[in-house]
Design a binder for this molecule. Structure first.
Ligand code: ADP
Length: 440
């Protein structure tokens, strides 16, 4: 029943009761007594409903209010309607939460909701199977206390979630788990974890296969190279044979370079361990690289400008850095025409240390730049073949950069030239003192 409340009616009714009781009292000669009795009765009536209300709210688990009259009908009805609307909203909210949880349970990944301090708020059943996180028992625990991994600890401390974090399962060293953190809502993270052991195993098999095949090809290639050289040294071979043998020699050398690059690539593709990095005297390393490749410059006579900070060293893997730097320098020489200019620079700039190779060569179109570091991607296949290119150089540079927390940046304009830069964090650099340069 819906009570319509009117303040006017209520006041008029109260006044009429008091007036009637006053008149009757006056007529009987007990004016004040009559007023007192009526006021006390009204109070008792109100107390009755007030106590009824308290009993209903606190002691009875009923949705519907007890029978009531007058102004108390309005009070009971108002409270009843509020409760009903709250219950409806709560039901809808529960339904939404259930739908959201069912959705999270249906995910193929382990899903954990964390607060801003990485304490667990909720997790699905797969999180229990994969990471041993149980909900609600583990609610409030910090994720790094339950999933014990130094890699995860470091990742969470760094607060950079742009890349996923790969850890070895704390339960089984065979199992590799990949985790992603996403900030959502205002104050929570969604952490998704999946078992990537199979993918990693296949990746490793592919890498091992390429490395093994390349390794096996090395010996026959060396033998072929030897025999071709011996045959070319003979004075009595015909001009036709000499030409054929020259072609064989060129192709064998190309194949040999390809095999060498494949071996380097399979090595640098594996993320480097932190402790495999050492202080590298990069200025000295660049001197060596320039010595190795200067013969390439003889034919084309490039103008080469070198600006190297002689005191700037970097934490890294020397062989990898050598390979990356020489790939960039050789590319600049290969793809820059006769008389072009090449600027090689190694310096500190703000929070970064930059190794850059700038040339005035053929340049690369915007479309090709994005695909350049893919394996075997060449802008111009015939030109790359002419230069003896394998199409693996920039893929190697990209992996080396990733292994050094660095980034490969490419700027280029068609027919104007290109700048390839490896951007290292300055926090990995060190100042070379005399003693170190003597040792290196
Ligand atoms: P390659 O061994 O063929 O040079 P890379 O991986 O080193 O393979 O380079 C991939 C492709 O990028 C090359 O084939 C070439 O087309 C282009 N490229 C690389 N460096 C330069 C450069 N300095 N100027 C113009 N093009 C370049």
């Amino acid at each position: 029943m819906i009570f319509r409340f009117s303040a006017q009616q209520f006041v008029v009714k109260q006044c009429l009761i008091l007036l009637a009781s006053g008149l009757i009292g006056y007529w009987l000669g007990y004016f004040w007594l009559a007023l007192f009795v009526v006021t006390a009765a009204t109070l008792a009536w109100h107390y009755k409903f007030l106590l009824g209300l308290i009993k209903w709210l606190w002691h009875k688990n009923l949705l519907y209010p007890p029978e009531s009259k007058g102004i108390w009908g309005h009070v009971y009805d108002g409270i009843y309607r509020r409760i009903k609307s709250y219950r409806k909203k709560q039901k809808q909210l529960n339904l939404r939460i259930r739908q959201y949880r069912d959705g999270a349970e249906a995910l193929p990944d382990a899903a954990i909701v964390l607060d801003l301090y990485f304490n667990i708020r909720w997790s699905n059943k797969k999180a229990n199977r994969l990471l041993g996180v149980r909900w609600p028992q583990d609610a409030g625990q910090r994720i790094t206390n339950l999933v014990r991994s130094p890699v995860l600890n470091k990742y969470v401390k760094k607060m950079d979630f742009s890349e996923p974090c790969s850890i070895v399962s704390p339960d089984s060293p065979e199992q590799q788990i990949e985790m992603r953190f996403m900030l959502y809502g205002e104050d929570q993270y969604l952490m998704l974890a999946r078992d990537v052991s199979q993918t990693k195993r296949l990746e490793k098999m592919r890498r091992d296969f390429v490395a093994n095949v390349s390794h096996e090809l090395k010996t026959p290639l060396t033998v072929m190279q030897g025999y071709v050289e011996v045959m070319l040294d003979q004075d009595d071979i015909s001009e036709q044979w000499r030409k054929s043998l020259d072609t064989v020699q060129t192709q064998v050398s190309r194949m040999d370079r390809l095999v060498q690059q494949l071996l380097v690539l399979s090595k640098v593709e594996v993320p480097a361990e932190e402790d495999s990095r050492h202080n590298v005297h990069l200025p000295k390393l660049l001197d060596k690289v320039m010595e190795d490749v200067h013969w390439l410059n003889k034919q084309k006579g490039h103008e080469i400008a070198v600006e190297i900070d002689p005191r700037l060293g970097i934490l890294g893997i020397e062989s990898e850095l050598k390979s990356a730097c020489s790939n960039l320098i050789v590319n600049a020489m290969n793809y820059t025409g006769t008389g072009g200019r090449i600027d090689i620079c190694w310096k500190k700039q703000g929070d970064y240390c930059l190794f850059s190779v700038k040339d005035t060569g053929c340049g690369i179109s915007e479309f090709d730049i994005s695909r350049l570091s893919e394996r075997f991607y060449r802008v111009d296949k015939s030109r790359s073949r002419d230069t003896g290119g394998t199409g693996l150089g920039l893929a190697i540079v990209k992996h080396v950069a990733a292994n050094h927390n660095a980034e490969l940046l490419i700027e280029s304009q068609l027919n104007q030239g290109s700048t390839f830069t490896i951007k290292f964090p300055a926090s990995d650099s060190f100042t070379i003192r005399k003693l170190e340069s003597a040792i290196n």
